[in-house]
Write a protein that binds this ligand. Structure first.
Ligand SMILES: NC(=O)c1ccc[n+]([C@@H]2O[C@H](COP(=O)([O-])OP(=O)(O)OC[C@H]3O[C@@H](n4cnc5c(N)ncnc54)[C@H](O)[C@@H]3O)[C@@H](O)[C@H]2O)c1
Length: 449
């Protein structure tokens, strides 16, 4: 490797800097639909709440994330960004952030496992004061370091940590004043750490804000998952039997959009309340075992492991299509399929054919988030609210780190409501305000008919 190449790798590792102009144009297009984040950026540029702070973000490197990164930079943060999924990086956006904003980006679409973790290492080597995760990979690695569980680190991270002195490892973890987490799966991991008493710093669960999960998980995942499946397959959804595993926020959103496109939707669940809700929303609720022989398309959105197993795959129709839109590629048991099936045979981009029990099964995007692999992730308008939460969460960490316990916190409800108010304003939607009589009525217990 030339000296120049080595130098460049310390500040970025991207596919091709010549893609920057395209990335800039697409990022500006997304920005048009992100009015709340834009307002925050203007305030951040004036007030500089993050000045002097190093921030390492492990997020999907998309046009919306570029707008967040630039907002954090406007607030004074020194930002490093790596990918939170090997397939979700938009290489032109990575190039734009490096070339036009001097942000350190370590992300290449399609990177292998070792490169993915080399990029996590590079983000940690930025020595962050604040980390921003989508799936808790940065915080997870920091905790393996803190607990001296180096064998649980991926090799590129482990090898680097082994070169650090004990004091330096401690300083790396102690340097983090707080963290933010974007998604359900990350929040589950972090709450488990807090429960085990090992969480080393406060974390803000951005996913727990109402202006995040009610909209991003439901409408964002609903639309972009369907978008990803259609782009990957060109499938006609109308008239097909679509099996939705998990009726949480993401599952509800996707089921709604699949039905809207004319599918017969079946839902599988393990939670009686969610199952009842799905049933009353008019879907057919069945166990996966019963759904398997019926479905044309199966989509997992649970945040759980092995939701579709080999026993289910064996029962599927010839030509069944399997996709995942939950965070990690563990919801479809591909490891099990590899042991007993023949394949994979590439069919078209993001579609691989497997043969099992004399039938063909088509797995999309290697079981990884289909909306980010084959489409562009959520539309900017919904990420506007998610990333307004992220920016405010970073500011909240800076202002409150000393007061916050080493636990998983939400940003205050007032900030959440302020985001909703700003979004409505930007959409030109006005709402009523309480009259004095209404306010009094709602606060009283002695007024009846
Ligand atoms: N694709 C995306 O862009 C995107 C966006 C947001 C969240 N996510 C991810 O999607 C996943 C779901 O998120 P959510 O916010 O909907 O979570 P949620 O907790 O609201 O819903 C998950 C649902 O799955 C159900 N479930 C769990 N195990 C199951 C099983 N074996 N079979 C059937 N159902 C099962 C749960 O009962 C729950 O109702 C998480 O991994 C989250 O991180 C993805």
């Amino acid at each position: 490797m030339s000296e120049t190449a080595t130098r460049t790798k310390a500040t970025n590792d991207i596919k091709d800097i010549r893609l920057a102009d395209e990335g800039r144009r697409r990022t500006e297009w997304a920005e048009r639909s992100m009015p709340v984040l834009r307002q925050l950026r203007e305030r951040f540029a004036r007030e500089r709440p993050l000045v002097g702070k190093r921030l390492a973000a492990c997020l999907h490197v998309t046009t919306e994330t570029a707008n967040l990164a630039v907002t954090l930079q406007a607030g004074g943060a020194d930002v490093a960004l790596c990918a939170s999924n090997p397939l979700s990086t938009q290489d032109d956006v990575a190039a734009h952030l490096v070339k036009d904003h001097g942000i350190k980006v370590f992300a290449i679409k399609g990177e292998d496992h070792a490169t993915y973790y080399e990029h996590i290492r590079a983000a940690l080597a930025h020595r962050p004061d604040i980390t921003m995760d989508d799936g808790a990979d940065l915080v997870g690695a920091l905790h393996m370091i803190a607990l001296n569980r180096l064998d649980d680190l991926a090799p590129p991270v482990r090898k680097w940590v082994e070169t650090l002195s004990t004091a330096d490892r401690k300083a790396l973890v102690a340097g983090v004043i707080g963290s933010t987490e974007e998604t359900t799966t990350g929040v589950i991991r972090l709450k488990a750490m807090a429960k085990d008493g090992v969480l080393q710093f406060p974390v803000i669960a951005v996913n727990d804000s109402q202006t995040k999960h009610l909209f991003d998980n439901r409408y964002g995942t609903g639309q972009s998952t369907l978008d990803g499946i259609i782009r990957a397959t060109n499938l006609l959804i109308a008239g097909s039997a679509v099996v939705v595993a998990g009726y949480g926020w993401c599952g509800r959103g996707f089921a709604m959009r699949a039905r809207g496109a004319g599918a017969n939707v079946l839902v599988t669940e393990i939670d009686p309340m969610k199952a009842l809700e799905a049933q009353m929303d008019g879907y057919r609720v069945v166990p996966m075992e019963d759904a398997a022989p019926v479905g044309d398309l199966f989509v997992t959105l649970t945040g759980n492991v092995e939701v579709i197993r080999v026993e289910h795959m064996r029962a599927m129709k010839d030509g069944a299509i399997l996709a995942n839109s939950g965070h990690f590629n563990v919801e479809i048991d591909l490891e099990g399929l590899k042991k007993v099936g023949e394949g994979p045979k590439p069919v078209r981009e993001f579609v691989e054919e497997w043969r099992l029990a004399g039938k063909r099964l088509f797995v999309l995007a290697d079981g990884r988030l289909i909306n980010l692999a084959a489409a562009e992730g959520h539309p900017a308008s919904v990420m506007d609210m998610s990333f307004a939460n992220q920016a405010l969460a970073a500011e909240y960490v800076v202002n409150n780190a000393k007061k916050l316990s080493k636990d998983v916190h939400r940003i205050p409800v007032e900030l959440d409501q302020e985001i909703a108010r700003l979004k409505l304003q930007a959409m030109g939607v006005a709402i009523d305000t309480l009259t004095p009589a209404q306010r009094k009525y709602l606060a009283s217990w002695d007024m009846g008919t």
